[in-house]
Unconditional design. Structure first.
Length: 367
């Protein structure tokens, strides 16, 4: 064997190696995501299609435990069959408070479907989890899809909260939006290195400006830094939020009006009642659910000017002022991490600096 061969034996390449613990953690996180989505999305589809109207949480649970999923295949795409089965199997192990809140929301959404069906007969309702049903655009923002007996259909975007809460109307990611705008992330990456990542102690021993993004050695170093100096690590995270907001505002302000309007229409989950598959918003509060209006959808095509800027009173918000002949509105936007830093997760799925270019970006309505 050559000398290089012996060296590889002693020091194997690990760039693409995913430790078993990380793989298990990734699977559990996907399962948790499935649970969050399914209780309020899948369960109402199953109930409505099987002509069941729950009167209580226990009543709903008994229905689900007895349900043969093979008899409810019209409620989900065949590609989501395993996810649907998984949720039913995990039902007894779900956190009690989580389940109570979500099941109440599911009851409200089921009642919404029955009320909708009373005004226009419904053929069936389909869960749009990972795969969209036939006839629905792959990028449609609906969570569930209502197929009416007259051949028409709608997508329903589901939200849950309190009467006064404002839930995100769009969840996306910083890097995803750079790609959508066909804008290079090089300036953002450079600023993140100079102002954030280069401040991690000993970072030069594992990375530089050209290779720090999604570098597991950088993530490991950051997690260790967070454990030993949480307050200092939190300051770096705050600076990261400033950098990402500043740079995205710059890119938005460069956009021509036509391109900005197109970006808003394509990116935000706005109600679109003139589309082939209209999108409506439904919000569940407790065990009640109702359609919610959208106060900017009619204004968007008439925008004459826009301006994005940081909310200096917040560590994660930025605003976009939009102007039309009818006046001005301010869109509330947020960039933040959607998970924390947990050492037990190793280098996989870490939040904050561990998300690099993929911090969550949200639109939550007008100010």
């Amino acid at each position: 064997m050559s000398l290089n061969g012996y060296v590889r034996q002693l020091k194997p390449r690990t760039e693409n190696y995913i430790p078993p613990v990380d793989r298990v953690q990734d699977l559990l996180e996907r399962v948790d995501t499935t649970l969050n989505a399914s209780v309020t999305e899948l369960f109402p589809c199953l109930a409505f299609n099987k002509k069941f109207r729950p009167s209580s949480i226990e009543d709903f649970k008994k229905f689900l435990y007895k349900l043969n999923l093979n008899s409810a295949k019209s409620s989900f795409h065949s590609k989501d069959a395993d996810s649907a089965k998984l949720v039913i199997e995990r039902l007894p192990t779900m956190d009690e408070k989580f389940l109570k809140d979500k099941m109440n929301n599911a009851i409200g959404i089921t009642n919404y479907l029955y009320n909708l069906g009373a005004t226009k007969p419904i053929k069936n309702v389909v869960w749009g989890y990972r795969a969209k049903p036939t006839g629905i655009p792959k990028n449609h923002a609906g969570d569930i899809f209502v197929f009416f007996k007259d051949g028409s259909k709608i997508g329903v975007s589901l939200k849950a909260g309190t009467k006064k809460s404002k839930e995100p109307l769009k969840n996306t990611y910083v890097g995803t939006q750079y790609n959508a705008l066909k804008v290079s992330t090089s300036k953002l990456e450079s600023a993140l290195w100079d102002r954030v990542y280069s401040k991690i102690p000993n970072i030069e021993s594992v990375a530089n400006k050209s290779n720090f993004i999604k570098n597991k050695e950088v993530t490991k170093l950051y997690v260790d830094y967070y454990v030993n100096n949480e307050s200092e690590a939190n300051e770096l995270y705050k600076e990261m939020l400033v950098v990402c907001r500043e740079h995205f505002c710059i890119e938005l302000n460069k956009m021509k009006i036509k391109d900005f309007i197109e970006w808003v229409q394509e990116t935000f989950n706005l109600q679109r009642k003139d589309d082939d598959v209209p999108l409506v918003m439904v919000k569940a509060v407790g065990n009640k659910a109702e359609e919610k209006g959208d106060d900017i959808v009619d204004m968007i095509p008439m925008i004459t000017k826009h301006h994005a800027y940081l909310n200096n009173s917040s560590v994660q918000e930025y605003f976009i002022d939009i102007y039309s002949p009818k006046g001005k509105k301010t869109l509330k936007m947020t960039i933040r991490s959607d998970s924390g830093v947990r050492p037990e997760k190793g280098t996989s799925g870490q939040g904050r600096l561990g998300q690099y270019l993929q911090l969550k970006m949200q639109y939550s309505g007008t100010q």
